[in-house]
Design a protein around this ligand. Structure first.
Ligand SMILES: [Zn+2]
Ligand SMILES: [Zn+2]
Length: 264
């Protein structure tokens, strides 16, 4: 098989993996939402369809660089990804995960802040904020320009920071789960993770909720470090307004049904 074909196959396979991973993860958390907060997404079907289409387009943009680098790792010894767990001391495993998360968070914070400037917002980031309120399906609902800024981070980092393949899997899992749960419209994590000493540093749905309410604050991804340092942290949002709006949408829907039922 020619090298070009092998690279195209690897990129396509990775696109498929990212797309299916998105559908399974967002789907599972959307089901959890139905169980815990029935009716929270009532009336949002057209928005959810848009979120899914943008997310699947993003899956291709994430899949291609990841697929090319995965091919190079397997066939050309590219990257610093290692499989022998004794290649580095054991303490380095959690350190490498934290390093990846911190660098990703730093990149996200600054590119996200830049995307809130008027022009980049209009051209690219408005797509993500068109979800009002976001749902579990909005995790990858990005304009291609924004998707590209997110897609290059991990494929570049694996060339710079050594990481065990299992630790890399953990980083990708955290990335996926936080992307979905931060947009879900309710808090799935135990209170100690988002309130109290730990909550002052970690980002979960309550923190990102406020970003979607107020726009000009809470830009971070995993940690509140940059928001707090740069005074863009405006604390935690609550979900009362979105719940009240969902209840109003349900009432409208029920009234419409009664109305059309009565007219029939
Ligand atoms: Zn968001
Ligand atoms: Zn934003």
């Amino acid at each position: 098989m020619s090298i070009a074909l092998a690279i195209i196959l690897s990129a396509s396979a990775m696109t498929l993996i990212v797309g299916v991973r998105y559908l399974i993860t967002s789907g599972a958390f959307a089901v959890a939402t139905r169980v815990r907060h029935p009716g929270l997404y009532t009336g949002l079907d057209p928005q959810i369809r848009r979120e899914i289409w943008w997310s699947l387009a993003s899956a291709a943009i994430y899949g291609v660089p990841a697929g090319v680098v995965a091919w190079g790792w397997q066939n050309r010894g590219w990257t610093q990804v290692y499989t022998d767990v004794s290649a580095f001391p054991l303490w380095y495993l959690p350190v490498s995960v934290l390093l990846f998360l911190f660098v990703h968070d730093t990149w996200f914070y600054w590119t996200h802040r830049w995307m809130h400037r008027p022009k980049p917002f209009r051209v690219a980031h408005a797509v993500h904020h068109a979800s009002r309120p976001p749902t579990a399906w909005a995790a990858m609902a990005f304009h291609p320009i924004e998707a590209l800024t997110g897609a290059v981070v991990i494929p570049l980092l694996v060339f710079v920071i050594p990481i065990h393949v299992g630790a890399l899997g953990l980083v990708l899992t955290i990335m996926t789960v936080m992307g979905v749960t931060n947009h879900m419209g309710w808090e799935i994590f135990p209170r100690f993770m988002w309130q109290g000493p730990m909550g002052t540093w970690l980002i979960t749905a309550s923190h990102h909720q406020r970003h979607h309410e107020r726009y000009g604050c809470n830009y971070g991804l995993y940690f509140r470090f940059w928001d707090r340092l740069c005074r863009t942290d405006e604390g935690l949002g609550d979900f009362a307004r979105d719940r009240a709006r969902a209840a109003a949408r349900r009432e409208r829907r029920d009234a419409d049904r009664r109305h059309s039922g009565g007219a029939a």
